[in-house]
Design a protein around this ligand. Structure first.
Ligand code: HEC
Length: 149
């Protein structure tokens, strides 16, 4: 009996410790791997981008808006609008093939690198942008169907 309670104590402890290691630093570490593979070629290793082609990843307007950042990664960006008074000729392709975890990690990395200091992006926040909650379907009442024209 004593043995069983020891075992369950250790199981509970290791689950707790495992959850504890999933911290901001881990997300940043995983995000860097995604960044280097997917984003670096355009936005450069230091996030400074390429003048007139790819914007730097330090623009406050975007860094302050998690939803916008998530949406840009999921849907790409080809707006031809000035970003901090500069136009960028390249187009960013959508990266919807990345998992919600990968997008959360890569944006958490970006938001905590290149001089940025902003909050982490969670998997749930990415999921909410990828699949917005649908408004409840309107029920079609007989009244509407039989309404005389
Ligand atoms: C093919 C090159 C390319 C790749 C790869 C790319 N981007 Fe972009 N990104 C761009 C361009 C070009 C724009 C601006 C588009 C415009 O002006 O319409 C942009 C805009 C952005 C913006 C908004 C503006 C800003 O600077 O804050 C963010 C955030 C961003 N990209 C993040 C990422 C992340 C994260 C990845 C990797 C998952 C990535 N991009 C991969 C080219 C790229």
């Amino acid at each position: 009996m004593k043995k069983i309670s020891y075992i369950s104590f250790f199981t509970a402890t290791s689950i707790y410790l495992f959850a504890q290691t999933n911290t901001l630093q881990d997300s940043i570490k995983r995000g860097k791997v995604v960044y280097n593979k997917v984003c670096l070629s355009c936005h450069m290793a230091d996030g400074s981008g390429v003048p007139k082609m790819n914007p730097p990843l330090t623009v406050a307007e975007y860094m302050n808006d998690k939803k916008k950042m998530i949406s840009i990664v999921l849907k790409g960006m080809n707006d031809r609008i000035p970003i901090d008074d500069e136009y960028y000729s390249n187009a960013m392709a959508p990266h919807a093939d990345l998992s919600n975890q990968q997008i959360a990690d890569v944006l958490t990395y970006v938001r905590n690198s290149f001089g940025n200091k902003a909050g982490a992006v969670s998997v749930a926040e990415v999921a909410a942008v990828r699949t917005p909650a649908k408004p409840a379907a309107k029920s079609v009442s007989n009244n509407t169907i039989n309404k005389k024209q």
